[in-house]
Design a protein around this ligand. Sequence first.
Ligand code: COA
Length: 386
Amino acid sequence: MGYGELKIRSYNAQIHRAGVEDLERRCEVGPAERVVLFTDTLGDPICRIRNSPMYKMLVAELRGELVGVIQGSIKIATVHKRTKDLAKLGYVLGLRIAPLYRRRGIGMKLVRELEEWFIANDVDYAYMATEKDNEASVNLFVKKLGYVEFRTPAILVRPVNFRTLRVSSKIEMAKLKTEDAEYLYRRFMSTSAEFFPDDIGNILRNKLSLGTWVAYSRGEPWKELISEGRVPNSWAMLSVWNSGELFKVRLEKAPLPCLIYAKMSRLIDKIFPCFQLPAIPDFFQPFGFYFIYGVYHEGPLSGKLVRSLCQFVHNMATKTKDCKAIVTEVGGDDTLRLHIPHWDSLSCPEDLWCIKSLKSEENTGSYELPKTPPPPASLFVDPREV
Ligand SMILES: CC(C)(COP(=O)(O)OP(=O)(O)OC[C@H]1O[C@@H](n2cnc3c(N)ncnc32)[C@H](O)[C@@H]1OP(=O)(O)O)[C@@H](O)C(=O)NCCC(=O)NCCS
């Protein structure tokens, strides 16, 4: 194929919507022999980037046929460089090439075009996330395009069942006003968490953000302390993003025993709730999920507080019709994963993030992200990039 025949254009909803949706349906993400995840963008293929400060979707057309798509978004976030702490980051996502047109260089061409858009907008670093065993994607970005493996956060998934969970009576929880949440995030996470977004206020004010909650031991004078600029010895906070409003996901190709177990466990759970069997919701029909972001904890009791906040979020989800999972993503070395209830069988222990500097060293200072030893304890995973 000559590149002359390939046209890369900006996405136009009126012209490309149906083609992009069709491509998404035909492209499974993940190795063929395993369960794969399909996304239904509810008629808005650009929904996964729409909430970012700047975004772009490109399509590749070959003789009038839509054969590839890629999305990108830009934001300013914390990176711990020696010379400055903020950088412009470009996130690459949603790369899909129609199965019949793979291995012809179209994926690489789309990424390069997106990088041109990043460069034109003064982006310092481009980054992307993929499954560690997605060989095609890792080879493309790392071997061909010069990205380096950067972090391996864990994606933790917990199914929502219709029973509410008991939250300890020794723990108190409060929903924060948006301005108080922003104040606490800036004060406690802006310097300690990698990739902390400079426009955190926009995330918290977005209608998909259901709120920020804090937990502390019952009896602690939270309001008084906070009014004096102090916090209790042990406390925790998290925010919730309703991803199900934007898109739905569903699993396919589950091995038969897994399907049978899912059906049986739901049935038994309904008939014999006293068995307390962990029922797996029906993940094979499109479903939504809550994404927990901005988890912060401090103090000797804070692990328990995080756990209670997660139980609370689960209970909130039980009241929502199609929210069937609670998902969160935490940094590789983050002890948080010990306190966030999840099912290993549904979670991904190592999501692979790769990064590339788009500027020469003179421009970005002497710091090079990939070589940073050791990685900071916490990673802020932006809910707009899920
Ligand atoms: C990953 C994907 C986008 C690659 O697109 P593509 O157009 O086939 O990639 P290219 O032809 O530009 O390949 C460039 C390089 O990537 C690597 N690569 C691509 N497909 C590969 C595969 N199946 N196995 C191993 N390496 C592969 C190779 O190094 C290749 O160079 P080469 O052909 O000279 O050996 C495509 O396979 C796809 O749509 N997969 C499903 C969706 C997905 O997983 N997206 C990535 C999410 S981050």
